[in-house]
Design a protein around this ligand. Structure first.
Ligand SMILES: Cc1cc2nc3c(=O)[nH]c(=O)nc-3n(C[C@H](O)[C@H](O)[C@H](O)COP(=O)(O)OP(=O)(O)OC[C@H]3O[C@@H](n4cnc5c(N)ncnc54)[C@H](O)[C@@H]3O)c2cc1C
Length: 502
């Protein structure tokens, strides 16, 4: 008997581990609820309810093939040990997982267990992330190779195996509480497919221009991130759906194409970034905890201001664009890229808060929390990678550029709902209309300059800085691609994410 362990791949379509395991004979498909994982400081209620929806849909899909999903509760090694006592397990199958420090250590323990029980553990790759990569040369070409492989259809039937299944605990049993949300995304593959279809055929046309403004981004962006994080859709399926749509667009008469070609180009590039960033944590797991470039160690550690942290978390900094974003995020579990970058930049630069605590807070709020992308981006936007341009967003300018009429601000900050348009981005200038909204907790200009001076000063003075930069670039930096293989070959010249396109 072969065990198929579902992890962050909660689907039966395009599932290489399932396909291969099933060819060997009867399989036991299991999902292990690991209490210790869910006690980690980056885990939260909203991840859990999304997971529950994904797991119950996966169970229905497997049931329709003749074998229910077996849910087990406990440490993975103990669960496998227990199963092994009742069945003769020959192989273990799961997709290769690149997640947080806890799952990394757990996988090492599972590997040891498999070796000591003479069970071979097969881990096919479900994305474009390469294990034991030496450097980034040729990475992009390998990513395209992986994305262009056939999407695998699900098995048509599975032989039932008797094994007891448990129920997932309720969020309350886990001690999870979340009172702030009003509008979280739903989990499960059907939801993911609906989003993919509506994005590619309807919502996504204005993507390139509209992705940066929170006024438009909630509707225009694909909103697939949580589905990719939980694996209800594979990144290859999404990439190939985008390629097919691109072909359709190409065949349209010139006047009918609208902004679709640009939208598809931008979107396809971001799917590659998804894996590019996860590759960083695969190659250097410690970026979850430590600065990528050690020159930044000690810079913020001793200055942490808890009052600033509290104001930032609760959307009470006095900077409307930052506060509207933090409140919108608490309610919906999502923010667009530009606003994610702005809120962390504000925390790391203007408030000079070390990124580790702010990153954990955001991790818990993002339904789509994906450690590889998250910590790489957090460090980029906090200026601690050494290889990226230092970017300090001015939240007033971002407000004026991305929400000129203050629609987003008024929606999420009811205190400012009736504020005169002239003051919506600088409400402190209209003190009488503040309705309890706070004055700014720091001076934007002074703190931006102070942060820039510290960071640029450190880069300039330090010879060791340069030396380490070369090593980091060789290991993590994106290369100019000789393979611009999206169906539309126009290259993206630069990107707000701060690295060259792969
Ligand atoms: C501080 C910070 C933290 C972030 N944390 C996460 C995270 O935990 N999980 C996460 O999925 N994304 C994260 N991102 C990246 C990005 O903001 C989200 O992927 C995106 O907003 C998700 O919305 P969407 O699915 O509509 O994306 P779309 O714009 O529709 O893009 C499609 C897909 O491409 C990928 N993608 C898009 N932008 C990026 C990017 N900049 N880097 C890497 N992949 C990208 C995502 O998988 C996304 O689902 C973070 C960005 C910042 C600045």
């Amino acid at each position: 008997m072969n065990v198929l362990w579902f992890k962050r791949d909660l689907r039966i379509e395009d599932h290489e581990a399932l396909k291969k395991a099933e060819k060997l004979g009867p399989i036991l498909p299991i999902y292990i609820f690991e209490p210790k994982l869910w006690q980690q400081p980056d885990m939260s209620y909203r991840h859990y309810v999304f997971l529950q929806e994904c797991v119950s849909e996966l169970d229905r899909s497997l049931n329709s093939l003749g074998q229910k999903l077996i849910i087990k509760i406990g440490n993975a090694v103990d669960v496998f040990d227990d199963i092994q006592k009742r069945h003769r397990v020959q192989t273990l199958w799961s997709h290769q997982e690149t997640w947080n420090g806890w799952t990394y250590d757990r996988d090492k323990a599972v590997k040891r267990w498999c070796e000591s029980h003479n069970i071979s553990w097969h881990e096919p790759v479900q994305n474009g992330v390469i294990r034991r990569l030496k450097n980034r040369n040729g990475w992009s070409a390998r990513w395209y190779q992986q994305m262009k492989q056939h999407v695998l259809v699900s098995p048509t039937q599975l032989k039932a195996i008797e094994e007891q299944s448990e129920n997932l605990p309720s969020p309350a049993e886990l001690g999870f509480r979340d009172v702030d949300f009003t509008d979280l995304q739903r989990g499960g593959r059907q939801e993911g497919l609906k989003l993919l279809h509506s994005f590619l055929n309807d919502r996504g046309e204005g993507y390139t221009r509209e992705m940066s403004s929170p006024v438009t981004a909630f509707g225009t962006c694909s909103r697939l991130s949580a589905h990719l994080a939980f694996g209800t859709l594979s990144i290859r399926e999404v990439f190939q759906a985008c390629e097919r749509r691109n072909q359709e667009i190409k065949k349209m008469p010139r006047g009918m194409k609208g902004k679709w070609p640009s939208a598809m180009r931008s979107f396809s590039g971001r799917l590659r970034w998804h894996c590019h960033f996860i590759q960083k944590i695969e190659d250097e797991p410690c970026i979850e905890f430590k600065n990528l470039h050690s020159a930044y160690d000690g810079l913020r550690e001793y200055d942490f201001n808890d009052e600033y942290f509290e104001a930032w978390k609760t959307g009470m900094t006095g900077y409307p664009m930052v506060d509207a974003c933090m409140r919108a995020l608490a309610a919906t579990g999502w923010l667009n890229f530009r606003m994610r970058a702005m809120v962390i930049s504000f925390a790391s630069h203007h408030l000079w808060l070390h990124w580790r605590k702010t990153a954990l807070h955001l991790a818990k709020l993002f339904s789509d929390y994906e450690p590889g992308i998250h910590y790489s981006q957090i460090q980029m936007q906090s200026g601690t990678t050494g290889i990226n341009a230092i970017r300090i967003y001015n939240p007033i300018k971002q407000g004026i550029d991305q929400d000129p009429e203050g629609l987003f601000i008024r929606r999420w900050i009811p205190e400012l709902c009736d504020m005169d348009q002239d003051f919506i981005h600088k409400p402190w200038q209209a003190e009488s209309q503040m309705n309890g909204y706070p004055m700014p907790i720091v001076d934007e200009k002074i703190e931006r300059k102070a942060a820039a001076d510290k960071l640029y000063g450190l880069r300039k003075k330090n010879d060791m800085h340069k030396e380490q930069v070369q090593k980091i670039l060789s290991k993590h930096g994106s290369r100019k691609s000789r393979f611009p293989r999206t169906t539309d070959t126009k290259r993206i010249k630069s990107n707000a994410q701060g690295e060259l396109p792969l």
